[in-house]
Write a protein that binds this ligand. Structure first.
Ligand SMILES: NC(=O)c1ccc[n+]([C@@H]2O[C@H](COP(=O)([O-])OP(=O)(O)OC[C@H]3O[C@@H](n4cnc5c(N)ncnc54)[C@H](O)[C@@H]3O)[C@@H](O)[C@H]2O)c1
Length: 377
């Protein structure tokens, strides 16, 4: 007999534990969970005492742990966010699932594809809700673009294009520049979100050829041993044979003059038989669109019904729209727990992206096209 759903006890308050209380946990997820009805972050964990102390002070949360196993013992923690460096995602996610907790894991979810599949399968077997924090798919413009493409507004998709260009020069990236902590550089850190865009807008990537380079070996005086530029040419799964939709994805930390973070270019474009749609995260509330015969692309606003995630109490007029859409992912996680339904961007989606990353690594090493393994339900 199936175990009772972990959500069976979740009629009242949902208690959240945060494991890894650094940058993204405080910037995106704390305000996100704060917006969720009947939800409370009840405990924090961080292996760095200074970070833990700072997080406790800024949030007022007094239940703090340096060891995540201790946090997982709490009965009032129903769900956890895992926001540590990548190397710890799998062991912590697996321990949380074994403790019966619902899990949201930051991207990239694992160090490699087999590890990602283990996480996805364990979550399914334990019947807990599971989510990958593919934050950028929650951008209002991205969701509207997804809607228009699936409605057929640009006809049959021909080309998918993603560009993530930032200027970090030789700034220190901390654990992100260390292979044994991060597994990969630009491809996992930045391109993972854009690979996910391709998957939601067009479908799974079936095969690819990739090139990855590192131009800067030392950042902030510390060695860097991961890629700082990556490019992928991809073919999406399709019955159209040689006319299957194509993808060209490029991401770099070395686009001098492009700026960092929000300021760096983050473009996604799809060209189809009837038109083109383009989206940049910098302008999350509009799209560029052109229909067959138009001399150029023109701007259209995202309609009100796409400004916030369905059901989210977030006021779209409050705060910086470049930041606030990110909170909707936490609402989605909590809402999926409440209603015992799959999360939009599951660990399966995280594993599908990991399959692409692993294939890109093989392609880069062996200088050839590589098939991407399918991730079935
Ligand atoms: N979805 C997004 O848009 C987005 C944006 C930024 C970062 N991220 C992802 O979030 C994760 C964290 O990134 P960040 O920028 O917050 O990094 P960070 O370095 O600011 O925070 C990570 C924290 O984890 C702590 N930690 C390390 N090992 C731990 C362990 N075993 N147990 C508990 N805590 C531990 C560190 O001390 C640190 O405070 C990464 O996987 C990153 O790729 C996602």
């Amino acid at each position: 007999m199936d175990a009772p759903p972990a959500s069976a006890k979740l009629r009242g308050m949902i208690g959240v534990g945060i494991i890894g209380s650094g940058g993204i946990a405080l910037a995106n997820h704390m305000p996100g969970f704060a917006l969720c009805p009947d939800t409370k972050v009840v405990a924090l964990c961080d292996s760095n005492p200074a970070v833990l102390e700072k997080a406790s002070q800024s949030t007022g949360i007094k239940n703090v742990y340096s060891d995540y196993h201790e946090l997982l013992k709490r009965d009032d923690v129903n769900a956890v966010l895992i926001a540590t460096p990548n190397v710890f995602h799998a062991p912590i996610t697996l321990a949380a699932i074994a403790a019966g907790k619902h899990v949201m894991c930051e991207k990239p979810i694992a160090m490699d594809f087999p590890e990602a599949m283990k996480m996805f399968r364990a979550a399914e077997a334990a019947n807990v809700r599971h989510m990958t924090a593919f934050t950028y798919r929650f951008g209002p413009g991205m969701r509207y673009m997804n809607h228009l493409i699936h409605r057929g507004d640009i006809g049959r998709p021909y080309h998918f294009r993603a560009q993530r260009f930032q200027d970090w020069y030789d700034r220190n990236l901390g654990w992100r520049q260390v292979k044994k902590m991060a597994a990969t550089g630009e491809i996992g850190d930045m391109l993972s979100h854009r690979i996910d865009y391709g998957h939601i807008l067009i479908g799974p990537i079936r095969r690819l050829v990739a090139d990855m380079r590192r131009f800067v070996d030392s950042r902030g005086g510390q060695p860097a041993d991961v890629d700082d530029w990556v490019s992928i040419i991809a073919e999406f799964d399709s019955e159209a044979g040689e006319r299957a939709p194509t993808g060209v994805l490029e991401s770099t930390k070395l686009a001098t003059g492009r700026g960092e973070g929000h300021r760096g270019l983050d473009l996604c474009e799809v060209n189809g038989s009837e038109g083109t749609i383009a989206y940049t995260t910098q302008k999350p509330l509009e799209l560029l669109i052109g229909k067959k015969g138009d001399p150029k692309l023109h701007r259209i606003p995202v309609p009100p019904e796409f400004l916030v995630w369905p059901g989210s109490p977030r006021d779209p007029n409050e705060g910086d729209p470049l930041a606030t859409f990110r909170y909707d992912q936490d609402f989605e996680f909590i809402d999926a727990i409440r209603h015992h339904r799959p999360c939009w961007s599951s660990l399966r989606d995280g594993a599908r992206v990991q399959a692409v990353i692993d294939a890109a690594l093989v392609s880069d090493q062996e200088k050839k096209w590589v098939d991407v393994p399918r991730v079935d339900e």
